[in-house]
Structures are given as structure tokens and as C-alpha cells.
Design a protein around this ligand. Structure first.
Ligand code: GLN
Ligand code: ZN
Length: 666
């Protein structure tokens, strides 16, 4: 949309004019002309978008007619389609001004482009157009609410198809939404059911109500009774012919088709709905409203299948529930405070000042990936595969010793993915074959499914950690993915609060920490890169989330001895606003991404007087570029301006698995 509005950063302008497609890619991926646009997470999803770069006085103009051309294609193919753009306020709010000015100030300059676009569509005979305004479900300050009024009043004055204003990912402010002069409004009634009552009272009776009744973010089939009750409340709208049924949000965040998953754990498939099945459900509800007997029957059967879910084996495990009930508040506490632990660990580990370490993974070379897929397909037997992995572990241990690192890692060659690896060893998880969801560009992720109570039948990482430790006299760091990240990067069951699922994961990890300790591992890292991303969009819900998320981490780490040094790792920045929660994790050492922001992040640690040790990444592992020694030294010196020397660790800013050895070694 930035390109549609001609908001192309100056460094990419020339390349773009020369070759628009190449320019488009350069903006997304970076090129010799300059860095890519910044990439950041789309609301609270794991999808990333490129942040448009704007500046005060920015000129916008309509560039090309992509949405209109696509609408024409759809019509030629016999479909009645509705063009969709992000609305003007969300577009500006999600952009950034490189000169520090406020993007919202650009609204008067941007609205004429929307007006021109809408006029074109009206001219071409488009009936309805949709403008997405997910920012409407966040906390709006008065300036933002005013921007909404101004924007939509301006758009209502020009020629336009009928306009559907779409909100999703939560409830909007129903009074504001109902007051905007549009022809219809879409509501996410899965995440924001509470908005409905007020909206039904305030929404003018000539509007269309698009009811998002099917969860576009989760993979579970809907509960027919619940949806049918909701639909009964909307009967007045239906009778007036002004009710539309829709998924709660776009289907971008779901895999495509659950029918492809024939190997899923027994009994699981009928509980699940991916994008195709979600639309079939929608059809059934619409037909049911029209009195269709077959739809009624299908929904009744769906309800019967789901009614058996709680009794199915593995959904509820008595021992897990009992353990959670019996968990004492002390379980979340280390034996002593961080200062005392620091002294005990200094003696146990005898590390030099400015200790060096890495974040866990070493390059996943082509040979490793080939071996893994060969092993999966049965071409390489278990013994050969294990031997190969052990060789790799021995190689990275030797390498780390040779270059003189202080705390070593085994390199994670056995892990395909930091969540999948643990999920595969825990009860309660299932895996799809084709359940890919876009993360960014052509990168997709295949989140596991948490469907049952979590149990750990046996240790998950102890053999690798102890093997690595047997090869060296330096401390080897055990490597775990934290409970919040395991939760956040999975599709999560809808029959238990997230907080409780997270606690189940934490207990499994607590047992793993205990087993690592028993096996003589003195340093254990519990990665939580997804802690920030789980933060709710509404400020009033954030404290509760941080409470249970921090609690889960502490339960995972809390059983350990004082002499065991617990590390954590976070990346994907924007930690400033959650600093108190980061400190409350009570880790002994945190490694954190900071090289891109040139250590700016550390000011937050200083302002907060962070009590434990910190390894701010001294170089950006997401780039193939090898920084010079001077650059890293300069970053460390900056870090030392805000941190005490005994607080500082030296490490890259994330795991090295996506890099090649010829970048890692230097
Ligand atoms: N230990 C993990 C690794 O090094 C951490 C990855 C992450 O932060 N996303 O790969
Ligand atoms: Zn990381």
C-alpha cells in the first residue's frame, strides 16, 4: 500500500523508477541502494509487515491500479469481489516518520488519494469496498479518535462504492465505531464479544453489520451452541437483510486445509478447522439461519463431536491438574536473591570479567539439513544420524575452545526449530504436515498444535548437554525454549486459559532444568524471544498477561540451586515498555538484541537499575555482514557507559543457525 500511495523512501526511489519490481524487492529485502524497510510484527500475530517510511510534508499520489485490476480479474472469472485496503488512520498509525514527526499529521495529505481511489472504483462499478481499521481495537487517545472522525467524514463526502469498515483482533470502542459515516461495519465477535451489546444499541439501523463469528486466528471448530446463541441476538439485523456472516479476521493467519492432515494424532482432525473448513462452517450457519435442515443436522453433529473432546484420552491428565492445584507460590522463587546467587556462581563458575558466550545455535549447514531430511525419510538410520550430530557437537565445542569462548554451547544441530523440537518430545502436542502460515515474505512457519495436557515422558535435552559437557572442562550452557515462547508460537487449545497451558509447559521445563542440574550442567538458558509479542493490545489487559507469563518463566527456573546460573534470551526488540517484567523474570543473565539500535535499548536497563547481568548483542546475526572488531568494541564501550563492568557479557545478538561458517568464524 505504501507503493500504491507512492510512499517510496528516497534511497529506493531511483531503483524503483528504473525497475518497479526490482525496486519493490529492494524495499522488502534491502539492496546495494540501501537497507530494507524495517520489519515488525503485525499486532499480536507472528506475521511481520514492512513499516512504511514517511516524513513531514510527504506527497502521496495514486500509483498504478493494482486493486482495481485485481477486482476486474475476479469479475472476469465470474466472482463478486470486494476490494480491501488498510484504512487511512491504521495506515498512518502503522507507518513511521523518519524525521520524528507524527504520521497522523499527514492525514489531510493522504485522504485525497483515498478519495481518488474510491472514485475510480465507483466509476468502474464496484459495489462494496472494505477498509480495514484494526487500530480501532487498540486504546485510542483523543487525537486518534478525532482522526477517525475526520477521515471517515471526508471519505463520506466523495463518490465511492458502499464502504465496509472492518475491525478485528479485539473489540472496538462501539460508540465511536457506530458514529462513523460508513455503510457497514465488521466486528470481531470472537475476541471482542463484549462490544456487541452497546453496538447493537448505537448502530444506526441503516447499516450493514458484518458479524465475525468464526475465529480467524485459531484452528478449532466453533461450538455451534455458542454461535447459534450469538446469531439469535442478531435476528433483528437478519430480518432487515442487513446481517453478513464472516470470519473474525482475514484468513491469513490460518493454514489452508485440514483434510490434508491424514496422519494427525487419532481423533484430532474432526475437532479442527483450517481456512477451508472455517468457510464451510460459515456456510452452515448461514443456511441454518435460513432454516436449512441439512445445515442444522451438520451443526448438530459438529456439536456432538466436540462434546466428546473433554473425555478424550490425553486432553485432561489427572496428574498434571493435581500438580498445578498443589503448586505453592514458593515454586516460583529461587532459593536466594540475585546478589547472593551472583557470589555463589562466581565461585562455582570462576568466569573472567566480560565473559564471552553465544546464544545457542551454530550454523545449520546444508549437510545437517540434508541429514535431517534423509533421517526423516528413512534413508539414514538412527545410529548414523546420531553419530553425525555428535560429530557436529564435538566440532563446535572444539571451535569454541580454540577461539577462547568462556561459556560454551552444544550448537543445537539436532533441532529443526526451537518450538517443534520440544513439542515433539512432550505429550499434548500434535504436528501438521502442511499447516504452513506466512510469517514474512516467502518465509512460513508451521506452528505445532497444543491439544492436550502437557507431560514430559523423559528428559529432552540432557543427553546432548552432558555429551557436550563431557568434551570440555569449560561450562556448557544447557538450552531450553521457555514456556511463553512454546505457547506463543503454537496453535493453542481453546478449552483452557492460556495462563494455565503456559504453567503446564513451565512444569515440564522445570523438570528438565532439574534433570540438567542433576547431570552436572551449571548454566542453563531458557529462551523467551516471544515474551514481548504476547503482550495484549489493550493496556488494561497487559498487566495480567505479564503476571502469568513471568510467573510461568519463574516456575520453570525456580527449582534450581543458587549455584546454577539461569540465562534467558530475548530478541525482536521493543522491550523498553516491559522492563519491569523482564527484571521480574529474576534470571541471572539476559542476552538481548541491541546491536541494530546501537545499544539504545540499554538506557532502559540503566533507568531501571537492572540488578542482574546483561549480554547486549555486539553484532547483528540477521545480516550476512561481518562487522569489524572496532565496531564491536565501540558498542561495548557504549554499553559500559550505562552498565557496570561486572554486569556485562559479550555475545552476538541471537543464535547463529541462519548464518554460514565463513561469516560465523571471523
Ligand atoms: N537458542 C536459540 C538459538 O540460538 C534462540 C533463538 C531465538 O532467539 N529465536 O537459535
Ligand atoms: Zn534471538
Amino acid at each position: 500500500q505504501a507503493v500504491l500511495f507512492d510512499a517510496i523512501p528516497a534511497r529506493h526511489r531511483e531503483g524503483f523508477e528504473r525497475d518497479p519490481l526490482a525496486g519493490y524487492f529492494a524495499m522488502a529485502r534491502g539492496s546495494a541502494d540501501g537497507a530494507a524497510l524495517e520489519m515488525t510484527k503485525w499486532f499480536d500475530t507472528n506475521y511481520h509487515y514492512l513499516v512504511p517510511e514517511l516524513q513531514a510534508g510527504q506527497d502521496f499520489r495514486l500509483r498504478g491500479d493494482k486493486p482495481l485490476a485485481e477486482w476486474r480479474d475476479a469479475r472476469a472469472a465470474g466472482h463478486q469481489a470486494r476490494p480491501v485496503l488498510l484504512g487511512p488512520v491504521s495506515f498512518l498509525k502503522l507507518s513511521k516518520c523518519t524525521d520524528g514527526s507524527n504520521p497522523l499529521d499527514l492525514l489531510p495529505r493522504l485522504l485525497p488519494v483515498y478519495l481518488e481511489w474510491l472514485a475510480q472504483l465507483a466509476d468502474a462499478g464496484v459495489d462494496w469496498v472494505q477498509l480495514d481499521e484494526p487500530v480501532l481495537v487498540t486504546d485510542l487517545d483523543p487525537a486518534l479518535a478525532l482522526a477517525y472522525r475526520q477521515a471517515y467524514e471526508a471519505l463520506a463526502r466523495g463518490p465511492s462504492p458502499r464502504l465496509l469498515l472492518a475491525t478485528y483482533f479485539g473489540g472496538c470502542d462501539p460508540e465511536l465505531a457506530a458514529s462513523l459515516p460508513v455503510d457497514g461495519i465488521h466486528l470481531d465477535l470472537v475476541r471482542g464479544p463484549q462490544q456487541l451489546a452497546t453496538l447493537l444499541q448505537t448502530l444506526p439501523r441503516d447499516r450493514v453489520l458484518s458479524a465475525g463469528i468464526i475465529d480467524g486466528r485459531g484452528i478449532w471448530r466453533s461450538q455451534p451452541e455458542r454461535v447459534q446463541t450469538l446469531l439469535r441476538e442478531l435476528d433483528e439485523w437478519r430480518q432487515a437483510g442487513r446481517l453478513w456472516l464472516a470470519p473474525s479476521c482475514s484468513l491469513l493467519h490460518l493454514p489452508y486445509d485440514v483434510e490434508q492432515e491424514r496422519q494427525l494424532a487419532a481423533g484430532l482432525q474432526p475437532w479442527l478447522a483450517f481456512a477451508r473448513q472455517k468457510l464451510q462452517e460459515l456456510r452452515h450457519y448461514a443456511d441454518w439461519l435460513d432454516g436449512d435442515a441439512a445445515a442444522e443436522q451438520a451443526l448438530r453433529e459438529q456439536a456432538e463431536v466436540l462434546a466428546c473432546r473433554p473425555q478424550a484420552a490425553g486432553v485432561q491428565r489427572r496428574e498434571v491438574r493435581t500438580r498445578i492445584m498443589a503448586l505453592s507460590p514458593q515454586a516460583a522463587l529461587r532459593r536466594s536473591d540475585v546478589t547472593h546467587r551472583r557470589a555463589v556462581q562466581a565461585e562455582a563458575l570462576a568466569l573472567p570479567s566480560l565473559p564471552t558466550t553465544t546464544i545457542g545455535s551454530f550454523p545449520q549447514t546444508a549437510a545437517l539439513r540434508q541429514a535431517r531430511s534423509g533421517h526423516r525419510r528413512g534413508l539414514i538410520d538412527d545410529l548414523d544420524y546420531q553419530a553425525l550430530l555428535r560429530e557436529e557437537v564435538a566440532r563446535v565445542i572444539r571451535f569454541q575452545e580454540d577461539i577462547g569462548l568462556d561459556v560454551l554451547v552444544h550448537g543445537e544441530p539436532e533441532r529443526n526449530d526451537m518450538v517443534e523440537y520440544f513439542g515433539e518430545q512432550l505429550e499434548g502436542f500434535a504436528f501438521t504436515r502442511h499447516g504452513w502460515v506466512q510469517s514474512y515474505g516467502s518465509r512460513c512457519v508451521k506452528p505445532p498444535i497444543i491439544w492436550g495436557d502437557i507431560a514430559r515422558p523423559r528428559p529432552m535435552t540432557v543427553a546432548w548437554a552432558t555429551y557436550a559437557q563431557s568434551l570440555t572442562s569449560r561450562p556448557v550452557k544447557g538450552m531450553l525454549t521457555g514456556p511463553v515462547t512454546l505457547l506463543q508460537w503454537s496453535f493453542v487449545r481453546d478449552d483452557l486459559p492460556r495462563a494455565e497451558i503456559c504453567l503446564q509447559l513451565a512444569l515440564a521445563l522445570r523438570d528438565e532444568v532439574h534433570d540438567l542440574e542433576k547431570a552436572g550442567i551449571g548454566v542453563i538458558q531458557i529462551d523467551e524471544p516471544a515474551l514481548r509479542e504476547g503482550l495484549p493490545l489493550r493496556v488494561c489487559e497487559q498487566a495480567a498477561y505479564l503476571d502469568w507469563a513471568v510467573h510461568a518463566f519463574k516456575v520453570a527456573a525456580g527449582g534450581s540451586q543458587d549455584r546454577t546460573q539461569i540465562h534467558t534470551h530475548m530478541c525482536y526488540s521493543e522491550f523498553n515498555e516491559i522492563m519491569p517484567a523482564v527484571a521480574a523474570l529474576d534470571a541471572d543473565v539476559i542476552s538481548i538484541e541491541s546491536s541494530r539500535s546501537r545499544m539504545e535499548l540499554l538506557e532502559a536497563f540503566q533507568a531501571f537499575d537492572y540488578p542482574a547481568a546483561i549480554g547486549p548483542g555486539v553484532y547483528d546475526i540477521h545480516s550476512p555482514r561481518v562487522p569489524s572488531g572496532e565496531e564491536m568494541l565501540e558498542l561495548l564501550q557504549r554499553a559500559l557507559r550505562v552498565l557496570r563492568p561486572e554486569q556485562l557479557w559479550v555475545n552476538p545478538d541471537c543464535g547463529l543457525k541462519t548464518r554460514d561458517w565463513d561469516q560465523v568464524e571471523p
